[in-house]
Design a protein around this ligand. Sequence first.
Ligand code: SF4
Length: 230
Amino acid sequence: MQSGKRAYLRFIRDLYGDRVIVEQSALTEYKNSISACTHCALSAGRTHFVFGHGREDADLMFVGEGPGEAEDLSGLPFVGRAGKLLEKMLAEIKLSREDVFITNVVKCRPPGNRDPKPEEIATCEPYLHRQIELIRPKVIIALGRIAGKLLIGEERSMKDMRGKLFNYRGVDLRVLYHPAAILRNMGLYDMYRQDFEALAGMYLKGRERGRDGMKGPQTGDNTGSEHGKQ
Ligand code: SF4
């Protein structure tokens, strides 16, 4: 959807509410076009394809690893225990999941919550790239090593990725621990809160948090370059 049309639809939505928007967004059209995907083996065991959820022109876009059991059953991302922690962290910076967009690297649940295999990631990743093109976030937040590695384009440890600024095709890219990792080690909890506060300070400062996000330009194609530290 072009930016002028997007701004007009936002204006109408703010005025009258979502019920008057009868035209499908480009993101919804895209979701419908891929929701029956059977391109990799993960399709065989899924209950639901989990596209992602949230604001379609979000400034902050979170990318996790893959759906777990609760997500597979509901069709929504991050609705289990890890999702609750993510919601809590968002609430601490005065956001809800409706203010951001949340998705995963793979859209179907890996059995037994194992890591997605490289060939599954490679097959599914074009969907994520297209989602990013359509949403045009101000910052992408990779949650965990697998999402970080994919979007940066090289293997790195979490310790090496956290706290640094990367670039994904002209969009700021940051890597935070996956909330499931915090649940496994609550000793990291305070650090996690500080990471979210830092995100808010960098990307939400100086404007009302929530409905009226400013959109930044999206230019360039230098996936994976690191250009600074927090
Ligand atoms: S994980 Fe991705 S590529 Fe594999 S079947 Fe699901 S949507 Fe298709």
